[in-house]
Design a binder for this molecule. Structure first.
Ligand SMILES: *Cc1c(COP(=O)(O)O)cnc(C)c1O
Length: 430
């Protein structure tokens, strides 16, 4: 166990002044939530905004609203390598997960495979599961012009923009909506447009380790009146945080303020039941409206996000220029046009090397981390959704990717240590 300076792999600081704003928000109540909503609508130039307890809660609500509009559709297409929260929200919404493999060099969809999937909406679905003998026959027999696809979810993984224009060109069915997963991309841009404004509807996460954090939180944005109306109907049936849960948020924000610092991060990291950094599939999360405490924590978010972006960009630029080796694949090519990342992904096509680098990082507290442990089709709770299907690229990527920290706690000394550690391990391979 390491009892010394340890970098978290990702961090969105919560400052004492944020906590004070949060407490003021508690006093202001609904007014604080309205302020946050209004600022978001203005910043993103979007008509409708809804605030929830998490990104997963936001996505679940969005999918349920879409499902209300198109009750005969129950499938949602996502990349086969992504955050486990995405399939967990789909399952929570009572829908089926469908996968498309990814491009190993962009982490976006494999667009050749995507175009085949989207142009073959009549492809017969999996046979009825044997444990559901009473289920009626699926309505989409191969010759019926009838699709069950409800939505496609492109993900800006780590902040790398997904090519949503290209996706849109492939979707010919107007009932299939694009739900833009901008959970990791708040403040990012693509071709001069804000990420989070490109889909029919989009969401951000304000969880720990996202671009901006209010302990937990989710934001939904849309310009579509029809979708907004359905969301409002659903939202009116969702409850608020209980007083106890709100107190827990206050305590968590104070703990985050203290323990995200590299000097103390080893404390929570060494407590096994916190399971920091573990990827867990869980479809039983809470779904509540955002509390005024969280809206208060977010007060001043535009400046804060801007400053965080500058720090993260500076660190990304450093990794791009200082780590040059035939063993390392970068996901950014041009230092003048770097995306707004929250963690800096690199790929090692040599497994042993990747393993050694992460182990060394554990010993030295360098904040280098694996990403998601497996492709989505291998999550044991949902493997039945994908019987007989394989997603080899997604599977391989899950074993080859790591991320480097780029948050504001990364110091010059950390940067030197990380660079030295990686080049030392890389040279041993040569
Ligand atoms: C974090 C995340 C989510 C879920 O957000 P939470 O606020 O953690 O529920 C969804 N999608 C992606 C890509 C994420 O990274």
């Amino acid at each position: 166990m390491r009892l010394n300076r340890t970098l978290p792999p990702a961090a969105s600081p919560i400052y004492p002044k944020d906590i004070i704003s949060g407490l003021k928000g508690l006093v202001h109540g609904q007014r604080e939530l309205e302020r946050f909503k209004k600022e978001l609508k203005t910043y993103f130039g979007i008509k409708h905004c809804f605030l929830l307890s998490s990104g997963k809660a936001a996505l679940t609500l969005v999918l349920r609203a879409l499902s209300d509009m198109h009750p005969h559709r129950d499938e949602v297409l996502i990349p086969a390598f992504t955050c486990y929260s995405v399939p967990s929200a789909i399952v929570r919404a009572g829908l089926k997960v469908r996968l498309c493999d990814i491009n190993p060099d962009t982490l976006d969809f494999d667009f050749d495979q995507l175009s085949k999937i989207l142009n073959k909406p009549n492809e017969p679905n999996e046979p009825n599961e044997p444990n559901k003998p009473n289920e009626p026959n699926e309505p989409n027999e191969p010759n019926q012009p009838f699709s069950r696809l409800l939505a496609v979810i492109p993900v800006h993984l780590f902040g790398l923009p997904s090519d949503i224009n290209r996706l849109r060109e492939l979707i010919s069915d107007p009932e299939v909506n694009i739900v833009e997963d901008s959970a990791q991309a708040m403040g990012g841009e693509w071709n001069g447009k804000n990420l989070g404004t490109l889909g029919d509807i989009s969401f951000f996460s304000l969880g720990r380790g996202k671009a901006l954090s209010t302990v937990e939180g989710g934001i939904v944005l849309t310009n579509r009146e029809d979708i907004a109306k359905r969301i409002m109907a659903r939202l009116s049936r969702i409850s608020d945080y209980s007083l106890i849960d709100m107190m827990k948020l206050v305590i968590k924000s104070i703990l985050l303020n203290i323990f995200l610092h590299p000097g103390l991060y080893w404390v929570p990291k060494s407590i096994p039941f916190l399971r920091l950094g573990a990827t867990i599939y869980d479809s039983t999360f809470n779904i509540t409206k955002m509390s005024p405490y969280q809206a208060g924590l977010a007060n001043g978010w535009e400046d804060k996000l801007q400053r965080l972006k500058v720090d993260r960009k500076k660190n990304s630029k450093n990794w791009l220029s200082s780590l040059k080796s035939g063993y390392i694949h970068h996901y950014c090519s041009n230092s003048s046009n770097l995306p707004n990342l929250i963690r800096y992904p690199i790929r090692f096509d040599n497994n042993a090397l990747r393993e050694r680098i992460v182990q060394q990082s554990h010993r030295l507290g360098l904040g280098i981390m694996y990403t998601y442990p497996d492709s989505i089709d291998h999550i044991k709770e949902i493997t039945s959704h994908f019987k007989g299907k394989y997603f080899p690229v997604a599977n391989k990527i899950s074993k080859n990717l790591i991320t480097l920290p780029i948050h504001p706690f990364v110091s010059q000394n950390d940067r030197s240590q990380i660079t030295a550690s990686i080049s030392q391990q890389t040279q041993q391979t040569q």
